[in-house]
Design a protein around this ligand. Structure first.
Ligand SMILES: CC(C)(COP(=O)(O)OP(=O)(O)OC[C@H]1O[C@@H](n2cnc3c(N)ncnc32)[C@H](O)[C@@H]1OP(=O)(O)O)[C@@H](O)C(=O)NCCC(=O)NCCS
Length: 153
């Protein structure tokens, strides 16, 4: 597996990966707009054949960075792909002078919460009913933060 920066020209491939991971997929135009927007950047993980098997989109502005989305192809999960993407995105954020990396994750997304805790993120807030799952149900969002100034363990 290799990681490399990804630009808006790859947005259609990223949208396919996103659609395989989320109930409410983002379009290629959504993804291209974020990559081309202020502070936006992306990283893709590729297999030996060069196919994208996961990606992360993030944004770093004015000393703060945010993970916008993260998806790994179902066939490539539990192999450390997301962990590598999060660590690389944190490194880019730090290089862009961000001091914190934030994200929002659905409170029922145990896989992602486990991943972020393992990567050093701490819960710093909760938005009640942030994700609408169905007409009569909503799920809280956890707000998590990684301190990019931390001394490595
Ligand atoms: C969440 C997601 C990105 C994890 O990707 P992944 O490449 O499988 O994750 P990794 O292999 O790097 O896992 C790293 C750690 O995260 C935790 N983790 C990952 N998947 C997990 C699961 N299903 N259950 C519990 N913990 C999990 C574990 O601590 C894992 O370390 P371990 O394998 O040594 O136990 C992937 O499941 C996915 O794309 N899900 C759908 C989209 C999504 O929820 N994105 C995040 C939105 S905020």
């Amino acid at each position: 597996m290799t990681l490399e920066p990804v630009g808006a020209d790859q947005a259609a491939i990223l949208a396919k990966l996103h659609a395989a991971s989320f109930d409410q997929p983002w379009t290629a135009a959504d993804i291209a707009g974020l990559l081309d927007g202020p502070g936006g950047y992306g990283l893709a993980a590729r297999d030996e054949a060069g196919a994208a098997v996961g990606f992360i989109l993030a944004r770093a502005i004015a000393g703060e960075a945010e993970i916008l989305t993260l998806a790994v192809a179902p066939s490539h999960r539990r192999q450390g792909v997301a962990r590598a993407l999060v660590e690389a995105a944190a490194g880019v954020a730090a290089s862009l002078a961000a001091e914190s990396l934030f994200l929002e994750v659905a409170a029922d997304n145990a896989a992602a919460i486990g991943l972020y805790r393992a990567a050093g993120f701490a819960e710093v807030g909760r938005r009640r009913g942030y994700y609408a799952k169905a007409a009569d149900a909503a799920i809280d969002a956890l707000v998590m933060r990684l301190d990019l100034n931390r001394t490595p363990a």
